[in-house]
Design a protein around this ligand. Structure first.
Ligand code: COA
Length: 161
């Protein structure tokens, strides 16, 4: 097993689904870096700095987890920091095709970097950041689905808008 893994994503915002993968990944690897993609097509509600700050706060109890921002290709970053694996969560069959394509492309770009998939915990398979934002926007309670401090951050952000 390679010792350092990257867990990339948009995390807009981080959810309990992401936390499930981060917690289990932190047990599997010596070091886990949560990589917050900044240069993505998606329009995000939170800035990259805000997304990173929320993940840092949520993972403060995990001593081998750190957080960074990504601007270029993931595999280039993995090579730069000497990470041997990319960690991804699979929630449903619908995730598979996209993940299959991304893992395949990353392998073409950097053969030595393995993509490792974890099946999401049953209680989090229905979660997505988009749904969380939609519920919060309509005044629903997102408390059970996100780390404790994320729910008020969402309300504040939506009020700003
Ligand atoms: N639990 C709950 N929700 C989860 C989840 C889990 N375990 N895993 C993913 N999700 C949700 C996310 O919240 C997100 O929801 P949304 O679409 O409603 O916002 C959705 O699933 C997509 O997940 P995410 O991990 O954010 O994937 P992404 O498609 O936004 O990110 C990157 C893809 C950033 C990993 C990818 O584009 C990348 O590596 N970019 C860097 C550039 C690069 O190297 N590109 C070449 C790739 S071959």
């Amino acid at each position: 097993m390679k010792r350092h893994a990257l867990y990339p994503g948009t995390f807009d915002p981080v959810t309990m689904g992401h936390m499930d993968i981060i917690t289990r990944g932190a047990n599997m690897f010596d070091r886990l870096t949560v990589v917050v993609a900044a240069n993505i097509e998606k329009r995000t509600l939170f800035s990259a700095e805000e997304r990173m700050a929320m993940i840092r706060k949520s993972t403060a109890h995990l001593s081998n987890v750190d957080v960074c921002q990504l601007n270029g290709l993931l595999v280039h970053y993995a090579r730069k920091v000497g990470a041997g694996a990319v960690l991804r969560g699979l929630r449903a069959v619908s995730d598979f095709e996209y993940e299959f394509q991304m893992a395949g492309m990353n392998r073409k770009l950097a053969e030595e970097i393995e993509t490792v998939f974890l099946m999401s915990a049953e209680a989090t398979t229905f979660l997505s950041s988009r749904l969380i934002k939609e519920i919060a926007k309509e005044g629903g309670d997102v408390g059970p689905f996100v780390p404790k401090h994320v729910a008020p951050a969402l309300v504040n952000k939506l009020c700003e808008g």
